[in-house]
Design a protein around this ligand. Structure first.
Ligand code: ARG
Length: 593
């Protein structure tokens, strides 16, 4: 990897670079990675925690250091002189507390305002990522689980893209498998003129799926035909391929509507795409002696698992696992991805665990302990629950239609907005178009944020009332907070654009300093969210930032004060960072509410 330009990367990264230089000067005989953390105490802003670990390495080796504290003192003293650090002191057994220079913090914020938030992109140790997300199954329901996968996956993609990582957004749709025999036969039976039909004519595919399943279960003769249809489809017979294509197309149209609503980009490479690669991939694994015969199936035995991974079924057909192995092979060797990330519910954890292990046994991936690329990760998430604590369903249908759900969020937020604007007489200031756009941004944003703010592994309860409340940690609250900052800036007579270039940020008041320090942590937050694949980290940051802004705004007068030019720039910087957080979360910010 190219050495980073000075000043590039997160603040934590920059402090780590300085700490690394100090460590090399302090204990040249040991090679250690700097351990740098943020600290929120009153003694410093960042902390270097290497002294204790180093002590246990050097004590008894004739070192001149008497104790870990002495090592800490030396680390503090050896930090290179620079404009980043104001002072460093040592606490307890050797914690090195680092205080950042106020003028450096202010300059970093001002630079960002002039050159754009992209200059705050973290530097990640990876260049190309495959992100496998959304991935619904053709003709089956696109359920709330797929909504979670879509929202979480899209946010991860946006965060990596912001960090200058190339992301291959892959929709691994379930477009292959035995259910197609039944669907195709049912299509022939129900719609003899299926070739001429537009996608609307067949109507709801889920209903179609259910009806064909019923037919399949009830009629042995139909079942027989369906099973033969699978064989003919897989044999590449023209008519069957055409019917399969038609069904996929109808499904695709439905999915695309949801993606459009959610503003999510995806490239479909479904299971069928990898099908031609399966034989050669299995052949390779076989020649390595990894595949064995077991009860008529072909399987891979994996340490720590009772049951083996089935890669060829008893009937000779391939399955989910063989497809995933071929897809992984393709992603590693053809697409040359360094990190392959799968977003599905936690229920699939065992599947991923097993097939990742199989890939390691085949030597495709290094041992995770080595912390090297290429690597694979499963981003699991919990269930969406209804108010009754059971799996989320709506009253009218068995399943939750994503489109309806987003519509409802929008119309609810619209009526609340209307009511409020009418009450305070502001409705006259709004055009219909503005009302519509704002309710959409607020409503959709609320659904996304409610999903993203939780640790993804926990189940969460879907509640419109909660997610659309303007109090607490909700998107609505955050939209208000952002709009309020925008209105402060509008109220001032000063020109922010001009101030960015000619003005100066000073962080004299303690609440200004706290806000400034938190702003410049943005890059390391994105870095952490990417590294640990946790969008909730970004949500937490966004919420804390708005709380810190409130504290600043309560204690520091902006408009009409002598400090107005500087404080206005802090307002603008907060708004810019908040907007960028919204952007990464796939939420459209609003400027007036
Ligand atoms: N279609 C699958 C499902 O709905 C998810 C696919 C996830 N991706 C993968 N490569 N296995 O459960």
């Amino acid at each position: 990897q190219e050495p980073a330009a000075p000043g590039a990367g997160s603040v934590k990264q920059q402090i780590s670079n300085l700490a690394a230089l100090s460590l090399r000067a302090t204990v040249p005989e040991v090679d250690v990675e700097p351990i740098v953390e943020v600290c929120t105490g009153k003694f410093g802003d960042y902390q270097c925690n290497n002294a204790m670990g180093l002590w246990s390495k050097v004590k008894g080796s004739g070192t001149s250091f008497k104790n870990p504290n002495a090592i800490g003192q030396a680390i503090a003293k050896n930090l290179p002189a620079c404009d980043v650090i104001e002072s460093a002191s040592v606490a307890g057994p050797g914690f090195v507390n680092i205080v950042l220079s106020k003028s450096w913090v202010a300059k970093r914020i001002q630079d960002m305002l002039v050159n754009g938030i992209k200059t705050w992109a973290p530097i990640l140790p990876v260049k190309r990522v495959v992100l496998d997300f959304s991935s619904p199954n053709i003709a089956k329901e696109m359920h709330v689980g797929h909504l979670r996968s879509t929202i979480i996956g899209d946010t991860l993609a946006r965060m990596f893209e912001f960090s200058n990582v190339e992301v291959l957004r892959r929709n691994h749709v379930g477009d292959w498998g035995t259910q197609f025999g039944m669907l195709i036969e049912f299509l022939f039976e129900k719609f003899p003129n299926w070739e001429e039909l537009g996608s609307q004519a067949i109507g709801d595919l889920q209903v179609f799926y259910k009806a064909s399943k019923q037919r399949f279960d009830e009629d042995a003769e139909f079942k027989d035909r369906a099973q033969q249809a699978v064989v003919r489809l897989q044999g590449g017979e023209e008519k069957y391929r055409a019917a399969w294509k038609k069904i996929c197309e109808i499904s695709r149209n439905e999915f695309d509507q949801v993606y459009k609503l959610l503003d999510v980009q995806l490239e479909e490479k479904g299971e069928s795409f990898y099908n031609p690669y399966i034989p050669q991939v299995l052949e390779k694994l076989s020649s390595q002696g990894l595949i064995e015969e077991s009860e008529g199936a072909r399987v891979i035995f994996i340490q720590g698992h009772q049951i083996p991974l089935i890669v060829v079924k008893r009937d000779g057909g391939f399955n989910y696992a063989s497809t995933d192995l071929a897809a992984l092979w393709y992603r590693l060797n053809v697409e040359k991805a360094e990190w392959i990330i799968y977003v599905t519910d936690v229920g699939q954890q065992q599947h991923f665990d097993m097939f990742f292990k199989a890939a390691r046994m085949a030597g495709w991936l290094p041992d995770p302990k080595e912390k090297k690329f290429p690597k694979t990760s499963h981003v699991g998430f919990g269930l969406v629950l209804g108010a009754d604590g059971k799996r989320f369903r709506t009253r009218s249908t068995e399943v939750v239609r994503l489109g309806d759900l987003l519509d409802e969020a929008k119309s609810r937020s619209k009526s609340e907005l209307l009511q409020r604007l009418t009450e305070n007489g502001k409705i006259v200031d709004w055009t219909d178009e503005e009302l519509e756009q704002t309710s959409k941004a607020v409503g959709y944003g609320a659904v996304k944020y409610a999903d993203l703010k939780n640790n993804r592994l926990t189940n969460y309860t879907f509640s419109f009332d909660q997610m659309l409340s303007d109090k607490g940690n909700t998107a609505v609250y955050l939209q208000y907070a952002h709009a309020r900052i925008c209105s402060i800036i509008r109220k001032s007579n000063m020109d922010v654009e001009e101030l960015k270039v000619s003005g100066n940020i000073s962080l004299a008041h303690p609440d200004e300093r706290v806000l400034g320090l938190y702003l410049i942590r943005y890059a390391e937050i994105v870095e952490e969210a990417c590294t640990n694949l946790l969008p909730s980290v970004l949500c937490e940051y966004l919420y804390n930032l708005s709380e810190m802004f409130t504290r600043f705004y309560t204690n520091c007068q902006v408009v009409g004060s002598p400090e107005e030019p500087s404080r206005l720039l802090l307002c603008e910087a907060t708004a810019v960072v908040m907007r960028q957080c919204f952007q990464l979360l796939g939420i459209t910010p609003v400027y007036k509410l």
